[in-house]
Design a protein around this ligand. Structure first.
Ligand SMILES: NC(=O)c1ccc[n+]([C@@H]2O[C@H](COP(=O)([O-])OP(=O)(O)OC[C@H]3O[C@@H](n4cnc5c(N)ncnc54)[C@H](OP(=O)(O)O)[C@@H]3O)[C@@H](O)[C@H]2O)c1
Length: 241
């Protein structure tokens, strides 16, 4: 899809990967609906990305997730691109996981993208085109101790996305998945179980250093433009799969 002049919803636009994606989309001439919980950060961001529309929402509440699409559509009259990026981690051994906290990240990392897709697909169908990009994680390709809740929910998001891709192919709506590697953002500080001391996976420090969020944002732009089903932060991640 050509990004110029398209309307794009970016969730989690106040930090990290979402923030850099919003910057790149704006630079390419997209009209943006920027979504996050922090009104102050969104109001600062809109000064740098003029003409953007801000939507303050807690996407772990399904009703608010659905409503962001209605608000964006009321404002712009159309939505061609959705980047379901907002997400949060929760660490813990399987035997110790708090199921309320698992539900909490399930709502944000799976139900919100699903609800946003459900609200957007009929609009895109009427428009005759659309691009939906769901941000998964390289952790969904592996069995890494202590992050099973997060990685398994991201795996579920991947499967949902690739199935929707098949279902929507004939409607010219392209659903894609992006798999970031460890990325230098606030993610580790926002993990529900408490800030991570050291990012994972980095067993014995033999793995490459974290990526910059700008780099992952460039991959998101690439997938919108090419319509590829899946894009990995690094070629070697494909072999894990
Ligand atoms: N960083 C990594 O190593 C890594 C690796 C693989 C995958 N990912 C995935 O990449 C995506 C972006 O993560 P990031 O690294 O950029 O994290 P980040 O720096 O912590 O940013 C998360 C963004 O999501 C928003 N957000 C969090 N909870 C929200 C909620 N309940 N409702 C609405 N917005 C919410 C935050 O804004 P507010 O706080 O203002 O709401 C922020 O804008 C996530 O889906 C994450 O799972 C990250």
């Amino acid at each position: 899809m050509i990004i110029q002049d398209k309307v794009a919803i970016v969730t989690g636009a106040t930090s990290g990967i979402g923030l850099e994606t919003a910057r790149l989309l704006h630079a390419q001439g997209a009209h943006l609906a920027l979504v996050a919980r922090s009104r102050d950060k969104l109001e600062e961001l809109v000064k740098k990305l003029p003409e953007s529309f801000i939507v303050v929402a807690d996407l772990s509440k399904e009703g608010e997730a659905r409503d962001i699409v209605k608000q964006a559509c009321n404002h712009f009259g159309r939505v061609e691109i959705v980047v379901n990026n907002a997400g949060c981690g929760y660490d813990g051994l399987v035997e110790n996981l708090n199921t309320d906290k698992v539900r909490q990240i399930f709502e944000l990392n799976f139900i919100a993208p699903l609800a946003i897709m459900q609200e957007t697909i009929p609009l895109m169908r009427k428009q005759g085109e659309g691009s939906i990009v769901n941000i998964s994680s390289g952790t969904s390709l592996l069995n890494i101790p202590n992050i099973s809740a997060y990685s398994s929910i991201k795996s579920a998001l991947t499967r949902l996305s690739l199935t929707a891709r098949e279902e929507l192919e004939s409607s010219n709506i392209v659903v894609s998945v992006v798999y970031p590697y460890v990325t230098d953002t606030n993610f580790g500080n926002n993990v529900l179980s408490g800030p991570r001391q050291k990012e994972i996976p980095d067993k014995d420090d033999v793995l490459p250093p974290p990526d910059k969020p700008e780099y992952i944002a460039s991959k998101i732009i690439e997938v919108i433009e090419t319509g590829e089903p899946e894009i990995f932060a690094h070629e070697w991640m494909k072999d894990i799969k």
